[in-house]
Design a protein around this ligand. Structure first.
Ligand SMILES: NC(=O)c1ccc[n+]([C@@H]2O[C@H](COP(=O)([O-])OP(=O)(O)OC[C@H]3O[C@@H](n4cnc5c(N)ncnc54)[C@H](O)[C@@H]3O)[C@@H](O)[C@H]2O)c1
Ligand SMILES: CC(C)[C@H](C(=O)O)[C@@H](O)C(=O)O
Ligand SMILES: [Mg+2]
Length: 368
């Protein structure tokens, strides 16, 4: 049988730095677990713009459609701030999500014991936290029409449209219910049904799918602003949160800070099954290109490494190896190894991106 295939799009800023550490784990899988991946690399974001004048070349898009899974680092940076909106680095990522139809974005927020003291919230609030935000990723205000900046009378008006069809809501709701059945069997759906028609429809459809297909799962509804408050007040009340594209973007950054750092949060963006039964899939850390620390060796590679662990679990059915990678991360943190983003105010000596990757590989070796 052919090796599983991966397209690596490391992107900009710290993207290539954290992805270099993932490549070590991919190498380790081949050398020590006998699982070799066929890896292709290409450009996305600002680096693709520099070479091709677009943030995602059509050939790269075609490759992404063919492989078993895409691994992405991060895109963007101040160098590209003044570019026309249509060719900004972020458009490359949005095109991948849209054209691969990756409607279900799983963003787990898990607090590792060793980091419970480090969160900006009290230890008892975050210790043992294990929740997943399921963010709708291909629709809503990110893609709705009409959109643009128009002139009305003597002033400009900026327009974006929040738009959801029933089927778009239904499919992401199903993915949240399916996930909940494998976990704590609880889903909380978040919208703003008090002010938005799209929120009313969202609530209705989630409830209908629940009643018809998943009555065994416990379902609750919350306004997204109250949800943000509850996430900081008592996040352990949640198991799976399902929400739209924009609220999911905001709530997942918030959830990241419960775990200690944006540098810890992985994600999986999943679509419909392909002919080989694997879902269309892209895996990326939740964080961005972190221009403030790019090139300094300070980036935490754990979010990107845990995203690869998600690829092992969701694309390749290698749950045991995924758990092995997660355990290796837990081990290095328990040993007190920290990148700069995980240092408390009382200091200590941080290790570099490369040292963190090497330590995780050493922990993987020790696990054999
Ligand atoms: N998926 C993506 O590619 C993605 C996601 C978010 C933002 N962005 C882009 O990244 C650029 C910068 O955006 P931003 O500054 O708002 O968000 P960011 O996530 O890049 O950085 C926010 C803060 O978190 C820190 N941080 C992020 N990841 C880290 C890591 N792995 N290790 C240590 N510290 C880390 C950064 O140093 C910064 O202080 C923008 O162009 C934005 O559009 C891209
Ligand atoms: C870079 C940007 C397009 C992206 C988003 O808004 O979805 C990012 O913030 C994310 O969370 O993945
Ligand atoms: Mg975001």
């Amino acid at each position: 049988m052919a090796n599983p295939s991966l397209l690596i799009l490391a992107g900009d800023g710290i993207g290539p730095e954290v992805m270099a550490e993932v490549k070590k784990i991919i190498g380790w899988m081949g050398a020590k677990r006998g699982v070799s991946f066929d890896v292709t690399e290409d450009l996305v974001g600002g680096c693709a713009y520099d070479k091709h004048g677009v943030p995602l070349h059509d050939d790269t898009m075609a490759k992404a459609q063919e492989v078993d899974a895409v691994l992405l680092g991060a895109v963007g940076g101040p160098k590209y701030d003044s570019l026309d909106f249509s060719v900004k680095p972020e458009r490359g990522l949005l095109r991948l999500r849209k054209e691969m139809d990756l409607f279900s974005n799983l963003r787990p927020a898990q607090c590792f014991d060793a980091l419970a003291d480090f969160s900006s919230l009290k230890k008892e609030v975050v210790a043992g936290l294990d929740i997943v935000i399921v963010r709708e990723l291909t629709s809503g205000v990110y893609f709705g029409e009409p959109r643009g900046i128009f002139v009305e009378g003597n002033e400009r008006v900026g327009i974006n449209t929040q738009r959801y069809t029933e089927s778009e809501i239904a499919r992401v709701a199903r993915s949240a219910f399916e996930l909940a059945r494998k976990r704590g069997n609880k889903v909380c759906s978040m919208e703003k049904a008090n002010v938005m028609e799209s929120g009313i429809l969202w609530r209705d459809v989630v409830q209908e799918i629940h009643d018809k297909e998943y009555p065994d799962v416990q379902l609750s509804h919350m306004y997204a602003d109250a949800g943000a408050m509850q996430l900081t007040r008592w996040p352990k009340q949640f198991d799976v949160i399902v929400t739209d594209n924009l609220f999911g973007d905001l709530l997942s950054d918030l959830a990241a800070m419960l775990t200690g750092s944006l540098g810890m949060l992985p994600s999986a963006s999943l679509g419909a099954p392909m002919a080989n039964g694997r879902p269309k899939a892209l895996y990326e850390p939740v964080h961005g290109s972190a221009p403030d620390i790019a090139g300094t060796g300070k980036a935490n590679p754990i979010a990107c490494i845990l995203s690869f662990a998600m690829a092992l679990r969701y694309s390749f059915d290698m749950g045991e190896d995924a758990a092995r990678v997660e355990a290796a991360v837990e081990k290095v943190l328990a040993d007190g190894l920290r990148t700069a983003d995980l240092m408390g105010p009382d200091g200590g000596t941080p290790i570099s991106t490369t040292q963190m990757g090497d330590a995780i590989v050493a922990a993987l070796d020790a696990s054999l």
